[in-house]
Write a protein that binds this ligand. Structure first.
Ligand SMILES: Cc1cc2nc3c(=O)[nH]c(=O)nc-3n(C[C@H](O)[C@H](O)[C@H](O)COP(=O)(O)O)c2cc1C
Length: 159
């Protein structure tokens, strides 16, 4: 059965999510980031998380091969960072406040939470790839409102 893909997207958009930026390092050692809302916790023991990457992304090769990657959970203050790193081809991190990590890819300095991951597995997921990471280090802040994505728009949780 073929689905109406626009209606399908609209229906999926009724599920509110947070927003994260995944950072990785390119072959030329330049760091890059991509905005995602497919970040999901998978397992506590072992500590596993996942995100899904569109196969049509310009940067599919880099991100799907990225052995270490870092998940940065965005706060409500990061709406412009999210929009910037969601623009096609616009994945460089120049001008953003970054913190080095032991694994290599930088973290966003003021992210609500940072998960440093070693790639555990890559699974096929239709037009996306499912990238599972093993969390080797993490940090989180006790304050800050999350950035929320719902019905194709940014929002914040009601206070
Ligand atoms: C809120 C939001 C969530 C997104 N989530 C994902 C995601 O989970 N996976 C993905 O591959 N792209 C996601 N995107 C799209 C990418 O951020 C980006 O727009 C796309 O990769 C740009 O094309 P390029 O990779 O070819 O440069 C999302 C975009 C937005 C605005």
């Amino acid at each position: 059965m073929s689905l109406d893909s626009r209606a399908f997207r609209r229906a999926l958009g009724t599920f509110p999510t947070g927003v994260a930026v995944v950072t990785a390092v390119m072959e030329d050692a330049k760091p890059m980031g991509i905005t995602v809302n497919s970040f999901t916790a998978v397992s506590l023991d072992p500590p596993l998380v996942l995100w899904c990457l569109n196969r049509s992304s310009d940067r599919f090769a880099v991100f799907s091969a990225a052995r270490p990657f870092v998940i940065n959970v965005l706060g409500a203050v990061h709406e412009s960072v999210s929009a910037r790193l969601a623009r096609p081809g616009a994945h460089v991190l120049d001008g953003l406040a970054l913190t080095p990590t032991a694994l290599g890819p930088p973290a966003l300095a003021d992210a609500l939470a940072v998960f440093e991951c070693a790639q555990e597995a890559v699974y096929p997921g239709g037009d996306h790839a499912i990238l599972v990471g093993r969390v080797v280090r993490f940090s989180s802040r006790g304050d800050g409102e999350p950035l929320v994505f719902y019905r194709g728009r940014y929002g914040a949780l009601p206070a």
